[in-house]
Design a protein around this ligand. Sequence first.
Ligand SMILES: Nc1nc2c(c(=O)[nH]1)N[C@H]1C(S)=C(S)[C@@H](COP(=O)(O)O)O[C@H]1N2
Ligand SMILES: [Mo]
Length: 364
Amino acid sequence: MPHHAFFDPAPRAHSDGLFLRDEVRLANRNHGALLETLRYDVTPAGLHYLLNHFDVPYVADASAWRLDIGGKVRTPSSLSIEDIRRLPQRTLRVTLECAGSGRANVSPRWLSMPWMHGAVGTAEWTGTPLRHVLERAGLDIDTVEVAFFGADRGFDKGVEHAYGRSLEPDLALGDDVLLVHAMNGQPLLPQHGFPLRLIVPGWYGMASVKWLHRIEALAEPFDGYQQVHSYVYKKTAQERGTPVGHMRVKSLMVPPGIPDWWTEQRMVEAGPITLYGRAWSGAGVPITEVEVGVDGQWSQAQLGPVAGRYAWRGWQFVWNATKGEHELACRATGADGATQPLEAPFDRGGFGNNMVHRLQVTVR
Ligand SMILES: Nc1nc2c(c(=O)[nH]1)N[C@H]1C(S)=C(S)[C@@H](COP(=O)(O)O)O[C@H]1N2
Ligand SMILES: [Mo]
């Protein structure tokens, strides 16, 4: 890929200072969950967090959309949305989280979309398991990866590319990776990938390519920008790092009481109050425990019902609020024993920050 000194002449860096104009611009285009909406089991589509790298493609007529399947396949093909609807359909409830969620709380922070809490949401996604399309095309035996390309295009660090990601064939041929045309029973909204997107349950959001219009079977590992340059855990600039994959165990709390407009401070009345939140993990690992911390003292929260392998789990906890200043926190643990750290793990790109969620509350 050619490198131009275009749009991005200075290398981006880290900062512990004020948010830059470019960060604020990105934060205006993309939005996280309003924490109070974590009360919904399924996030209403308009409240689902949003992360677009480039422009939302204008699609006036979904019936003209084509999904092309090519590369190392026996039968290259081109499918319409109608063709995809005629394949076996499946609906999965999936919690998606952006790998950069919590980036603004990593110190020093990488200059990018400055997520604070909650670039996370849960939807019911309907479509066909990807394998139906791949099996019809017939992957060559020397296929090592399957790449997925969106219709959106732009530059990052001077490299022009269409948004693209890849999966290994074993995962791509599983039953749970879906080619999706509907979200919560309605056609996808433009910003969430209309008319067709990929959903890769259990993975951070970057794998779930929106505005999907081309699938390519590859005999070499995919070397696209979003695969090898963007989403890699690294502590230093020099190391190769490890690719970002499954979501890490995490939880969030619905802020109790009422807020101050300008600060994050909450005002609560003294007495028993029920705290609510959500907990999730990646790779289909069940949540086994959520603890609530009050001024550093941890107690068990009560877990709500399981709503599928890939959906977050509700939790609640009755707190006897006493007058004064308090710090509340929540911490989830998965069946694999993984739990949330008390401090943000440092990562250069600010990926995978699953530190405990804390909030300050004044009780009167
Ligand atoms: N084509 C395309 N697909 C994409 C993206 C994108 O910018 N372009 N962003 C990815 C990232 S980083 C995330 S976190 C999810 C966000 O999905 P949502 O906006 O529907 O919540 O989409 C992924 N798929
Ligand atoms: Mo993301």
